[in-house]
Design a protein around this ligand. Sequence first.
Ligand code: 5GP
Ligand code: MG
Length: 179
Amino acid sequence: MSDKTMVFTETEIAARVAALGRQVRENYEKILAPGEQLLAVGVLNGAFIFMADLVRAMGDLPVEVDFVRLSSYQEKDTSSAEVVMTKNIEKEISGRHVLVVEDIADAGLTLDWLIEFLKKRNPASVKVAVAVDKLARRETQVPLDYVGFTLHDGFLVGYGLDYAERFRTLPAIYEARTK
Ligand code: 5GP
Ligand code: MG
């Protein structure tokens, strides 16, 4: 990779995530029963930074965290993804309100797979938060409930997103030129 340009600054990300966190808190305050906690499920590795910021932006909403690790690659000439789960959730989610936290929705196949996987375990609800909604290659209309930023296209790095395990720890989001 020879170059990258900033698309969302650290300041913009902080403001957007703060707003999302407030929105999440306001919505779940109405839904959660006394003593009940939201279960935020982060998708490793990409979502770990967004997840950390988002749960801290939820103020005093009671939140429990869990993680899955998924890797996906698209099957040639189909709109289905081969998704491999290399780390499962560890909490019982039956009857729980679950918020999936993912770095980016691209084709949407990974999130689609995960939502189906979770729904089979009878949660009370499944909602989705993504840092970035990238539209150009969407193949399945996956419902995104909380969206940080919307973008048409481009390969992004930073704020958890990597290119061959580099750039994850950059605090801003950049478009990489993979020339
Ligand atoms: P999809 O929505 O295509 O099934 O898969 C989304 C996954 O592909 C994301 O979780 C992320 O790991 C990866 N991905 C998609 N777009 C980008 C991007 O612009 N940058 C990086 N680093 N990963 C991406
Ligand atoms: Mg990912």
